[in-house]
Write a protein of this length. Structure first.
Length: 468
């Protein structure tokens, strides 16, 4: 969406956003792109019949609640002023609105307004967009092929590449082999494969910070994980520095909380838990646990045993789980690792939540506000992403306040997020673990690649070209 607007303005009260769209944009089928398409897109998202996780991105718009509940045919706060001007009015200030609501793709009204079911429409298999590449082919489970859009508004003649094929390769070992053989030009690299690929003269290795992290989540609704002394003990028992040095080959940094070091809201004053099996045992004893005959801590005759869910096939997280299990055993905690296929893992995580601990990760956006609310606010426990059931009234209040700071003053917002991080450092729902570098290998014949923290690798693929 930002590319499709010439400019935008925000009213002094922070409630009304007016977008002035480009007049030279056409859909891949030749139809003109207009403000009606943008309104149609947001209305489709807010339609109660549409299955999407993006509804909360727009629920602060005036009339969105009535639209979501099926009580209104359209959203009062989304108004087409003319073909190239769109006005959106919020019910209350929401500082991340531009980042959360407007950095999204748009769908064509002329192709979908008569769809009987937008969730199942053929458009989802053969999409039509406005970007530098047009859809050509999708072979499920294998690849997607995009071809040059010669009529792209961004450059006469379109992007430099004739086509772009995105292959589905779930096994990192296969990715490494294909990079070495020259069968693929770009691929993500696991730290364990880095030395091998750095020896290949035809490859360039890129590293950049990631706005995401891997963590061990504690289901605080299940005793004794509702006791922060137990959670602290579990975190102190895991030697994260050694994991980074051995499993990740040093290609990661410790983090202290939900906001990674690359973010403007990161609090550098908070230190991560230091590995200390002795302190871990002391905390467990303070929580009423004592060693049993088999060395496992117990309380009231019940041994301290947990299940740990881990997505299968994710090599780094699998290795972290195995190392952590051994280190927990050393402080008297018995852990049963359950490796699960990714889709089944997500389904159980979101629906049953019958786990004790989980190793997974989050990928975050530029603004920490939306993710903080969706992951840690108590309102997101039922049906949201707060599947560890974290509940802290003060954190709730600060999250809400940071989203609505008058004038969206970033320094004031940062101070609120620093306070949230301080509270969560004392009352942790996670062992926040580490933020790994993103490592990408690119064949030297591909030029114009310039990865960034916020854009990733492919944001400027329209500038890539291939040398002979």
């Amino acid at each position: 969406m930002p590319w499709l607007a010439e400019r935008w303005t925000v009213s002094p009260d922070g409630l009304t956003y007016t977008f002035y769209l480009r007049k030279d944009v056409r859909w891949h089928d030749g139809e003109a792109f207009t403000a009606h398409d943008v309104k149609f897109t947001f209305e489709a998202i807010l339609d109660p019949q549409t299955r999407t996780v993006r509804k909360s991105n727009y629920d602060m718009i005036v009339g969105a609640k009535a639209r979501l509940e099926g009580k209104a045919p359209e959203t009062e706060g989304i108004r087409v002023v003319d073909d190239y001007t769109l006005e959106i009015t919020l019910a209350e200030p929401f500082c991340p609105f531009l980042i959360q609501g407007m950095v999204r793709g748009v769908i064509p009204k002329h192709l979908l307004e008569k769809s009987e079911d937008i969730n199942r429409d053929e458009f989802n298999r053969r999409p039509v967009g406005t970007g530098p590449f047009k859809f050509k082919e999708w072979v499920k489970g294998d690849h997607v092929t995009l071809v040059r859009n010669e009529d792209w508004w961004g450059r006469p003649g379109g992007p430099y590449l004739d086509q772009y094929i995105r292959k589905v390769v779930p096994d990192s070992t296969v990715v490494t082999a294909q990079l070495k053989a020259g069968d693929i030009d770009v691929g993500g690299v696991e730290p364990s494969d880095l030395d091998e690929l750095e020896r290949e003269s035809h490859l360039t290795i890129y590293r950049y910070d990631d706005l995401g992290y891997t963590y061990i989540g504690y289901n605080v609704s299940r005793p004794p994980l509702d006791d922060k002394r137990v959670r602290w003990a579990l975190s102190l028992a895991v030697d994260a520095d050694t994991i980074i040095r051995t499993v990740l080959r040093g290609e990661a940094v410790r983090i202290t909380d939900h906001i990674p070091p690359a973010s403007w809201a990161y609090n550098p004053n908070i230190k991560p838990p230091e590995y200390s099996p002795q302190k871990a045992r002391q905390l467990l004893e303070q929580a009423g646990f004592k060693p049993g005959p088999d060395g496992i801590m117990q309380r009231g005759g019940r041994p301290l045993r947990f299940t740990l869910w881990v997505p299968a096939g994710q090599k780094i997280r699998e290795q972290v789980a195995i190392i952590a299990k051994d280190q927990w055993k050393q402080v008297g905690v018995d852990v049963d690792i359950q490796f699960q296929e990714w889709n089944a893992f997500l389904d159980r995580l979101n629906k049953t939540r019958d786990f004790d601990m989980v190793i997974v990760g989050w990928s975050l956006g530029i603004d920490p506000g939306p993710a903080f609310k969706s992951i840690f606010h108590s309102s997101e426990i039922e049906g949201g992403f707060n599947f560890v059931s974290y509940r802290n009234p003060e954190v709730d209040r600060l999250i809400e306040e940071a989203l609505k700071v008058p004038g969206c003053d970033q320094e004031k917002r940062k101070q609120l997020y620093w306070r949230i991080q301080e509270i969560m450092a004392e009352d942790p729902p996670y062992n926040f673990g580490f933020a790994a570098n993103t490592i990408v290998a690119v064949n030297r014949r591909v030029q114009g690649v310039n990865p960034t923290v916020f854009g990733g690798v492919f944001y400027n693929i329209h500038d890539w070209f291939v040398t002979k």
